[in-house]
Design a protein around this ligand. Structure first.
Ligand code: CP3
Length: 355
């Protein structure tokens, strides 16, 4: 039995006593204890690949703040790493692949990894985190979207203009579709394996879908997101396993995204949450959407932004508070405490009919 299931209930638009919150990248470099564990591990990848250390850092933000969910500590790039692309992190430069996928021959040789074999360390971390959480709050599993994974696989790392993947999209759409089909199978198997290992909700991060034109978004990202929604395990341990999809920059396409088949839609901070609720709130729960930079204000400005977002969503369930993207490494941990307390305190009046 879960002691605090507000997060799962809000995703299913069931009544709650307060608006639940968690923070994208809640276990990360803004926390000194994270940096200490990371230096013990030697580097970020060792941290991801050790179930003991991944469990330790997953729990760090929960020891500090009364967050309503834990998120598996891992990375979206574990899938392409398991496909054999050779993931590494160049210090200060973000993720890179030794063997990016560029030509026909490389695409033909690509296969979906068996998560039970090559992503065993993630599944072991999921089971260990679940045991350690001991029913306090739910655990979120996650994956990158097929398109976002393809961005890193084809570019060979982060990119400013996405010229390799967009070049492929316009020149050889058949090759990109082949990569996306394989990624889709990989994501479905990976998320279902995480659910089997104990993940109680899952989220798909489509960080780069928003760089596409509207028709390209539908064809190369949303289409595959819908296939994932259709392939996910929906029940485990006698309850529903809610799913969240987040396309950064997807505000223009909310109706289409809400139709993809997920229980909840993540919003970045460019979207007005009252508009989002009016547009799709009868169909899906909403997660978001405070600008991470609000945490660089002061207690008063943080509380007033929280109030603005909570009032924007309005009364009733169906809102999970979060940032509109990951928390930055330069954030003061004290400001996060202000945020967490503000959401819990200021959201109660919006749920009063349930008390
Ligand atoms: O939310 C959480 O707390 C769970 C952990 C998590 C990480 N990455 C840890 C991480 C999650 C959910 C991710 C997802 C992820 N990874 C995404 C999608 C979400 C998003 O932020 O858009 C993407 C695009 C990646 C790829 C990735 N991993 C990048 C671009 C980087 C470098 C980022 C940077 O700030 O330098 C990473 C590394 C990474 N993943 C870190 C963490 C805590 C920092 C690594 C370190 O300790 O050096």
């Amino acid at each position: 039995m879960l002691k605090n299931d507000t997060f799962l209930r809000a995703l299913l638009r069931e009544p709650v006593s307060h608006t639940p919150l968690w923070i994208m990248r809640q276990a990360g470099r803004y926390l000194p204890e994270y940096n200490a564990t990371r230096s013990r591990a030697g580097n970020f990848l060792n941290l991801c690949k050790s179930p003991d250390l991944a469990t330790e850092v997953t729990l760090q933000p929960l020891a500090r703040y009364s967050l309503d969910a834990a998120i598996l500590f891992s990375d979206i790039l574990t899938i392409p790493d398991a496909m054999g692309l050779g993931l590494y992190f160049a210090e200060g430069e973000g993720p890179r692949f030794e063997r990016p996928i560029r030509d026909e021959w490389e695409v033909r040789n690509l296969t979906a990894p068996d998560p039970e074999v090559s992503l065993r360390y993630v599944l072991d971390a999921v089971s260990q985190i679940r045991r350690t959480l001991a029913g306090s709050v739910p655990l979120i599993g996650f994956s990158g979207s097929p398109f976002t994974l393809a961005c890193y696989m084809v570019e060979g790392g982060g990119s400013e203009d996405f010229r390799h993947i967009k070049g492929m999209l316009y020149r050889r759409p058949d090759l990109l579709h082949r990569i996306l089909e394989i990624n889709t199978q990989a994501v479905i198997q990976y998320l279902n394996a995480q659910i089997e290992a104990g993940a109680q909700a899952v989220m798909v991060f489509d960080t780069w879908g928003g760089v596409l034109s509207s028709p390209a978004y539908r064809e190369f990202s949303l289409h595959y997101l819908s296939m994932i929604a259709a392939g996910l395990t929906r029940h485990a341990e006698g309850r529903k396993v809610p799913s969240i999809v987040f396309t950064k920059g997807g505000g223009l396409w909310l109706e289409a995204i809400a139709d993809a088949g997920f229980d909840a839609v993540g919003l970045d901070w460019t979207v007005e949450i009252s508009d989002a609720r009016r547009r799709v709130g009868a169909q899906v729960a909403l997660q978001g959407n405070m600008d991470p930079m609000v945490l660089f204000g002061n207690s008063d400005s943080i509380r007033s932004e929280v109030q603005r977002i909570l009032s924007g969503f309005g009364s009733g369930s169906g809102h999970v508070f979060n940032l509109g993207h990951g928390i930055t490494r330069f954030t003061d941990p004290e400001q996060v405490a202000v945020l967490v307390d503000a959401v819990h305190e200021l959201s109660r009046p919006f749920h009063e009919e349930n008390l």
